[in-house]
Design a protein around this ligand. Structure first.
Ligand SMILES: [Mg+2]
Length: 309
């Protein structure tokens, strides 16, 4: 990439006391927060696979999403966001405009969540837009939330309504970072995962990791209005509940907590959050669906599988 764009970018990056050596050198040097563990996550978004530029899908929204999905993974670990590095391959024809757009989407989100952009790499090529963000967070020793800690007797909580995100919410991801930190400070969370690929699929992953069975109360799954709209647009009769269970890209948190903590969380949640108890953990494996009349049947986890097909 031409030096002017990189210079333009470097001039815009806010200074941050966490950076002993700022971007522009061979590498940045971060001062890790004293007494905390470093949490690292990376995500890759490719035009044509994860999004299509054009119409409402602007470089700004893609830049926002590329950082937001990483921050959601930090939230799912109960971690505080600290820094991010960004690598992009820009389509040659409009490289500078797309690069500036990505930054315009990414920078305000970074500022809101206290993330310092510690560096990156920019290339141009004849292919589609590719953006990869690596986010770095911190957590007290031993305090990271994991997906393998759910125990029989825990209740299952989801932090918001699900389904229909493809109508637009999938681009305007609002990561649950602040809410996660408040919940971590107040409640004993046994297991956590963020809903990227589908409520049922991500819950199945948590149950598999925890060697436990998840019971989903179908009448309690919070259904987003977008899931209802999606269902009306469907020719195949997919129900709003099915959309809520399988659409993905909701980026809500799915938590397993002891019953008293789960009840306290839904009664007095972090401001702006509407968590719902939608099931429980029991001995066994896999997922089952419980209907309002108590009938139980197997629940096939469904959602977005990243197999490139
Ligand atoms: Mg995740």
């Amino acid at each position: 990439m031409e030096a002017p764009f990189v210079d333009w970018l470097l001039a815009r990056l806010p200074r941050d006391p966490r950076l002993e050596v700022p971007p522009g050198d061979d590498a940045a040097v971060l001062r890790p927060p004293a007494g905390r563990r470093t949490v690292v996550t990376v995500d890759l978004l490719t035009e044509g696979v994860d999004f299509l530029l054009g119409g409402d899908t602007t470089p700004e929204r893609v830049g926002h999403k590329a950082l937001a999905v990483n921050l959601s993974d930090l939230a799912a670990m109960g971690a505080r966001p600290e820094a991010a590095v960004v690598a992009v391959a820009l389509p040659r024809l409009s490289a500078a405009a797309i690069g500036a757009g990505l930054y315009a989407g990414l920078a305000p989100l970074a500022a809101r969540f206290g993330v310092t952009i510690a560096g990156g790499d920019t290339n141009t090529w004849d292919g589609p837009l590719v953006i990869s963000v690596t986010a770095i967070g911190s957590v007290p020793p031993g305090a990271a939330w994991r997906r393998d800690g759910a125990r029989p007797g825990d209740l299952l909580v989801v932090t918001g309504a699900c389904g229909g995100s493809l109508l637009g919410r999938h681009l305007d991801v609002e990561p649950r970072c602040r809410e996660a930190l408040e919940i971590a400070a107040r409640f004993p969370v046994h297991a956590a995962i963020d809903i990227s690929d589908g409520l049922s699929l991500d819950l199945a992953r948590m149950m598999h990791a925890s060697a436990a069975r998840g019971i989903v109360d179908l009448s309690r799954v919070p259904i987003h209005p977008d899931a209802v709209r999606r269902s009306r647009l469907d020719a195949d009769g997919t129900s709003p509940l099915d959309h809520a269970l399988s659409d993905g890209e909701d980026f809500e948190l799915l938590l397993a907590l002891p019953p008293a903590a789960a009840l306290a969380l839904v009664i007095d949640p972090p401001i702006g959050l509407m968590p719902v108890i939608f099931g429980e953990v029991t001995a066994g494996e896999g997922l089952v669906a419980r209907s309002a009349d108590g009938t139980i049947e197997p629940l096939q986890p469904r959602g977005w599988l990243h197999d490139g097909t």
